[in-house]
Design a protein around this ligand. Structure first.
Ligand SMILES: [Fe+2]
Ligand SMILES: [Fe+2]
Length: 325
């Protein structure tokens, strides 16, 4: 191998560009111009089949957490009952100074009075960490451990009620930063809270009735029903659930579309500087859903009851500082 080729290969492996190698070796190569030298270097390296990837030492890839779109399936015990009742809610955003814990506890009180034994939470149980510049000033606790401790302490616990929950994009901020699955950490400490997975889950309520929980990660739309419609339109006919519960948009809605009973599950957080600044309205509250199923378990009737909360309590988190369950 002639001298300049060997040097060119070594320089390329060190990370020099072809143009800079051309300039360095122009005289040795006897090339008239730097461009001419660069072209000869390029032709030579092409024949050696080295690429910057093989030439340079590999740098570690940045970890990127993405929305999980593959739901895990969970089968619930169905003893053949004809009437099934459950709560549907989400976006409690605990650890945010705008969380509405008093309304949240009231919702669980109503569920307990009605003898509801299961409540499904559609994600964003926590407000997360550093969602955007300045977000940390909207949170009254900092750090993953303290966020988990606070949720374990203040999340409603009622005899006979089990909360089944997924996590959302705010919960995923801890996953993104530290690889910590907040849902698991909460469920480990609260036997009445069952973690169903990140961002989505499919629950089989009866043999013929599925409930899908979803927490999308995208932005809100101007029209209330636009996002749910698009989500349902994207579903293949044979993978559609019978009931779809969507969190994240902090909106309340019931929609029947393509034979799917779709609920937007509302939230338990008042407006924040972020939503106010963007002119996004929020709907506080949750649903109690009663379904009447046939012998085979298919829905014959559905009766959604909305539990709305109209006025937010300012600094409501402070009212729960001394709370000790
Ligand atoms: Fe949310
Ligand atoms: Fe969200």
């Amino acid at each position: 191998m002639a001298g300049w080729q060997e040097k060119a290969l070594a320089l390329y492996k060190e990370g020099h560009s072809k143009a800079s190698i051309g300039r360095l070796l122009q005289r040795e190569m006897g090339a008239a111009t730097a461009e001419n030298a660069r072209d000869r270097v390029r032709r030579y390296l092409k024949k050696q089949s080295v690429s910057p990837e093989t030439a340079k030492p590999e740098s570690p890839r940045k970890f990127e957490a993405l929305e999980n779109l593959t739901p895990r399936r969970h089968v619930m015990d169905w003893g053949g009952e004809r009437v099934i009742r459950f709560g549907l809610m989400g976006d409690t955003q605990i650890n945010s100074k705008y969380t509405q814990l008093t309304h949240l506890h009231r919702f669980y009180d109503i569920c307990a009075q009605l003898g509801i034994d299961r409540v499904f939470h559609t994600g964003d149980i926590d407000d997360g960490e550093q969602m955007r510049p300045g977000h940390q000033y909207e949170c009254y606790e900092q750090g993953a451990d303290d966020h988990v401790e606070e949720i374990v302490r203040v999340y409603p616990q009622r005899e006979g009620i089990t909360t089944y929950f997924i996590t959302g994009n705010h919960d995923a901020s801890l996953y993104k930063r530290a690889g910590m699955d907040l849902g698991k950490a909460i469920a480990d400490k609260r036997p009445d809270m069952v973690y169903l997975g990140r961002d989505c889950a499919v629950v089989k309520l009866t043999d013929k009735c599925t409930l899908e929980l979803r927490h999308p990660w995208d932005g809100t739309a101007y029209a209330l029903s636009y996002k749910p419609q698009k989500i349902i339109e994207a579903m293949e006919a044979d993978s559609k659930p019978n009931i779809l519960a969507i969190g994240h948009y902090h909106k309340i809605e019931y929609l029947f579309y393509r034979n799917v009973h779709c609920f937007q599950t509302g939230c338990f957080q008042s407006q924040t500087p972020f939503t106010r600044g963007k002119g996004i309205s929020v709907h506080m509250g949750g649903w109690i859903v009663e379904i009447l199923v046939g012998e085979d378990g298919a829905i014959k009737e559905i009766m959604p009851t909305l539990i709305p909360f109209y006025a937010a309590k300012e600094n409501d988190w402070k009212n729960w500082r001394g709370f000790n369950p």
